[in-house]
Ligand binder design. Structure first.
Ligand code: APR
Ligand code: ZN
Length: 233
């Protein structure tokens, strides 16, 4: 199998009922991202930020992974690397074990004072205190606008070494993730976009359609049709 790096965005979780950000009635059409997804917004009104992420955490807990998550877990088991911009845990709940969450994770909490992280409670609150240093403030372990995404070193090495870079369900609006396709091309990889509609990024190939339909079909193309009787997704 070629060395494959997959980058997923909100579109891979859309059919699980989790909103995307920039589609019609997406999250950023309902909330001002400056108020709920920046360090300044958190400093100004931490309760509002906790409410926003507590609601998204509840939605994610109530959602189920879909056939695209299942197919990508099979591809990871065959050696692919999944990098996700998503903060939900649907890749993991579909069986993926080594996902790189470059924008952090809804299901983890972070101490803004000492950097400790731990599994987040269902609902976080302003007066939560850090398990390590006892202070805080405690915030969702999410990378906000203006902050440096996680694991960029590891992602850079993977992009340099890959044969195929695949962006699934992402608008390509937010850097550095939006620049990965160029990094991969410069490193000589072939590039594929899988999306409801083409995002306009520079991909060698584009497959359009809903992720739950086109991702399992593409994974079967890469892995060969599933062995009969193996667990479906
Ligand atoms: N199947 C496949 N693709 C879909 C589907 C679907 N069912 N539904 C939507 N999409 C595609 C849209 O066409 C769009 O290209 O998913 C993409 C969603 O784009 P965004 O809402 O911009 O989400 P994303 O690209 O993940 O945003 C990147 O921006 O706000 C920040 O940190 C946040 O991680 C997020 C980052
Ligand atoms: Zn602490």
């Amino acid at each position: 199998m070629p060395r494959i790096v997959v980058l997923t965005g909100a579109g891979v979780s859309a059919e699980s009922g989790l909103g995307t950000f920039r589609d019609k009635d997406g999250l950023w059409t309902k909330y001002d991202l400056a108020e709920v997804a920046t360090p300044e917004g958190f400093a100004a009104d931490p309760a509002k930020v906790h409410d926003f992420y507590n609601a998204r955490r509840a939605n994610a807990l109530a959602a189920a992974p879909n056939a695209a998550h299942g197919a990508l877990a099979r591809l990871e088991a065959a050696g692919a690397l999944i990098v996700t911009q998503n903060v939900d845990d649907l890749h993991e709940r579909a069986g993926a074990t080594g996902v790189i969450h470059m924008h952090g994770e809804l299901m983890r909490a972070l101490c803004a004072a000492c950097g400790a992280t731990w599994p987040a409670p269902r609902a976080m609150a302003v007066d939560d205190t850090c398990r390590e240093c006892g202070s805080g403030p405690c915030r969702p372990d999410i990378v906000w606008f203006g902050e440096i995404p996680y694991h960029m070193e590891r992602i850079g090495v993977a992009l340099q070494d890959c044969d195929l870079f695949v962006a699934i369900g992402t608008s390509g609006e937010v850097y550095p993730a939006a620049g990965f396709v160029q990094d991969a091309r410069r490193a000589g990889a072939t590039t594929l976009e899988i999306n409801l509609e083409r995002s306009g990024g520079q991909f060698d190939r584009v497959i359009t359609g809903p992720a739950t339909h086109v991702v399992p079909a593409w994974v079967a193309e890469v892995l060969g049709p599933e062995a009969p009787g193996s667990a479906g997704s």
